[in-house]
Design a binder for this molecule. Structure first.
Ligand SMILES: Cc1ncc(COP(=O)(O)O)c(C=O)c1O
Length: 398
């Protein structure tokens, strides 16, 4: 009899976690982590806002709360999401402990061991981990500049042992940086309609768009409320306020929401009341919109700088696209280059990134890498990109 469960054995330690330890060293320039810059957090605003609360509200902050979330936050967040066109009245909203928990809960609602989960390739590592924890098979679908491959999705959807759901990050994909086209989203829905394959739409980065003209493309699939597809929408305060709050949400049809609530009850009973009150007050006091605008401007500046430097220094055999929002740039290298080997050389020169295979559902394809510009200031970007380009050139020259 094995000592440990097979589900705990199914989980691997992520290369990113190991890199995070390195990233804390002051002499390292980290293009690895996907976390916001500490210097951008609204510390003063939150201090003031909490100080102003009356005693009973502060006491509530120390108390347990209802499993689906504090009613006041459900209401204020509901308003924020309704502005995106989301059906907050028809479907039901739940506050979760980060959107990582929303994804994990949905995984547990749908997946039994051996079930298939369709994901993008590359895919957000946290989602892969959540699906693997349920001992599901993660099936990666190819991506291009407009989103997931419809051809591959059609093939998978037609199988007799079809997958339980498709997990997508259509808005500034992690790690690919891709913003889906309207047409691709329409075709995804068309392919899934009537097939009993749910859609998990992860919108962790949608608010961090850089260009006004992209706003129509940011309208969630969930906002269209498509017929014949159960869309479960997830989002997070992590990139628009702070991951330390550990707050995310999910918006799902009532029947799915009810199952999610039972699972959340067994996991942590409720998300932190303390940070729920902070998030609620942040929205209600009108601080959210100007704060998002400020970080959006800052990330855009960094992304454009990194883009300019990459354009000037990268060998032409490396392909990539300028990001239009979010935190990431995905570099595709010639077939023979192994990004982990490249990383080892790059670490010696003081620059880190994440090797591509971390995001491959099969953990194989490694001629790619993810750069993030969210946690490095302009000076570090200016110093780090030429180093990276040089390491790459040397690798390509053999
Ligand atoms: C695509 C995506 N979804 C979800 C999350 C989870 O974030 P959190 O649990 O902090 O809300 C992340 C975090 O990096 C992410 O990149």
């Amino acid at each position: 009899m094995p000592r440990f469960s097979s589900s705990s054995s199914a989980l691997r330690s992520s290369e990113i976690r190991d890199l995070m330890k390195l990233a804390a060293r002051s002499d390292i320039i980290s293009f690895a982590g996907g976390m916001p810059d500490n210097k951008l957090f609204p510390v003063r605003e939150v201090e003031e806002l909490f100080g102003r609360l009356d005693l009973s509200r502060k006491q509530t902050a120390f108390q347990y709360g209802p499993t689906p979330g504090l009613p006041s936050l459900l209401e204020s967040l509901g308003g924020f999401l309704a502005d995106k066109g989301l059906p907050v009245n028809r479907d039901r909203l739940m506050i979760t402990t980060g959107s990582q928990q929303a994804i994990s809960i949905l995984a547990r609602v749908f997946l039994d061991p051996g079930d298939r989960a369709l994901v993008e390739n590359p895919c957000f590592i946290g989602a892969l981990a959540a699906f693997r924890a349920c001992q599901a098979e993660t099936v990666g679908l190819r991506m291009d500049g407009e989103g997931v491959s419809i051809e591959e999705l059609e093939r998978e959807a037609a199988r007799s042992d079809a997958a339980k759901f498709l997990y997508l990050t259509p808005y500034f994909h992690n790690p690919g940086g891709v913003l889906y086209s309207g047409e691709r989203k329409r075709r995804v829905v068309e392919t899934l309609a009537g097939k009993d394959i749910a859609l998990i739409e992860d919108d962790a980065y949608g608010d961090l768009y850089f260009y006004e003209e992209d706003r129509p493309r940011l309208r969630p699939i969930k906002a269209e409320d498509p017929e014949g597809v159960d869309v479960c929408y997830t989002g997070s305060f992590s990139k628009i306020l702070g991951p330390g709050l550990r707050l995310g949400w999910l918006l799902a049809p009532p029947e799915i929401h009810e199952r999610c609530e039972r699972i959340k009850q067994s996991l942590d009973a409720c998300s932190p009341s303390f940070t729920q009150i902070i998030a609620d007050e942040f929205i209600r006091s009108g601080l959210m919109a100007p704060y998002i605008k400020r970080v959006r401007r800052e990330y855009r500046k960094r992304a454009e700088l990194m883009g300019d430097l990459l354009e000037a220094t990268l060998p032409p055999s490396v392909s990539w696209s300028r990001p239009r929002g979010g935190f990431y740039i995905w570099l595709t290298l010639p077939e023979q280059v192994d990004a982990t080997e490249l990383l080892k050389r790059s670490i010696r020169r003081g620059v880190i990134f994440v090797a591509g295979r971390t995001f491959d559902p099969e953990g194989r394809r490694n001629n790619a890498l993810r750069l993030s510009y969210c946690n490095t200031d302009e000076k570090q970007i200016e110093r780090g990109v030429p180093v990276l380009a040089e390491v790459l050139r040397q690798a390509l020259e053999g």
